[in-house]
Design a protein around this ligand. Structure first.
Ligand code: G1P
Length: 296
């Protein structure tokens, strides 16, 4: 086994067009769509920080630099808030910004998730790293990345986060064929990107968190573009399987896919129902909207 190296860097691919939530995303990047008062991507960055991954590498398209701006210092705004005695409104964001080191890479062509990860090579270098797809917002304790890092510490090999999904949606995910090793850990025997239900090796879907070793870079290079002109991370991992073990961990927590309208709505309702300011009002709303006669 190769020498163990800790993971310090995390890549956030954020160059997608957000077509599934148009027209909201015509100007606003989907990563900045709010769930109550916090943009989707901030949930991911907070998960990374809670898992002690603070070197953040954003991969964005040329028009999406405001994603980076969100995580910069907001001095003028802070000054104005201070004058009004409301400086504390930025405390949460300021705490995150003060703990991260952020770098940005521009992905000029939308050539797929594997291509976005390949672009990160210049900043990641020759060390293991994490990838977080911010569409997948996860509520769990310990944080999902932390759960995965505990496995990585044992196996010193790539770890993918998976979750069982219903048969009618397996064609939206990378699906693994895994041998269960206990404690929710699997040895990945094969994996396939967005299979038809009939071809799916299981119902275990990859859900937006990856711990990777630097040999994924040559594997992605060798994989090249698929018939749609994209480089898929799942295909790169499949190639990597030829010469190293890959593991998967089943999430212990709740995931919301905010990258489509219904998932985005569900995420807002989920977090509102757990928010100290809104839990009561949400309960009343659910009761009254389910049975109007209850309001009589
Ligand atoms: C990507 C990956 C897919 C993974 C999914 C998780 O697909 O290609 O393997 O299961 O994220 O959200 P996308 O949702 O970008 O189409």
């Amino acid at each position: 086994m190769s020498t163990f190296r800790p993971i310090r860097k995390i890549v956030f691919p954020a160059a997608g067009l957000g077509t599934r939530i148009l027209p909201a995303t015509a100007v606003l990047p989907k990563e900045l769509m709010p769930i109550i008062d916090k943009p989707v991507i901030q949930y991911g960055v907070e998960e990374a920080v809670a898992s002690e991954l603070t070197q953040i590498i954003l991969v964005i398209s040329p028009g999406k630099t405001i994603v980076e701006d969100h995580f910069s210092e907001h001095l003028a705004l802070e000054k104005r808030l201070e004058q009004r005695g409301k400086a504390s409104l930025l405390d949460g964001l300021r705490a995150v910004v003060s703990q991260i080191h952020l770098s940005t890479i521009i992905q000029h062509e939308p050539l797929g998730l594997g291509h976005a990860v390949l672009m990160s090579h210049a900043l990641v270098g020759d060390e293991p790293f994490a990838v977080l797809l911010s569409d997948d917002v996860i509520d769990s304790a310990p944080p999902a990345l932390g759960q995965m890092l505990a496995v990585y510490d044992q196996v010193n090999s790539p770890v993918l986060l998976v979750e069982r999904v219903p048969g009618d949606v397996v064609d939206r995910y990378g699906i693994i064929d895994g041998e269960p090793l206990g404690h929710g850990i699997y040895r990945v025997k094969d994996l396939v990107e967005k299979p038809a239900l009939a071809d799916a090796p299981s119902d275990l879907a990859i859900i937006g968190r990856y711990l990777l070793t630097p040999d994924i870079y040559p594997a992605l290079q060798e994989t090249g573009q698929n018939s749609s002109g994209e480089i898929q991370l799942t295909d790169g991992l499949r190639r990597l399987l030829q010469h190293r073990q890959v593991y998967a961990l089943e999430l212990d927590g709740v995931r919301q896919d905010t990258g489509n309208k219904i998932g985005y709505l569900r995420a807002i309702l989920y977090f509102a129902a757990r928010h100290p300011d809104f839990a009561d009002i949400m309960q009343t709303f659910v009761q009254t909207s389910q049975s109007p006669e209850a309001t009589d």
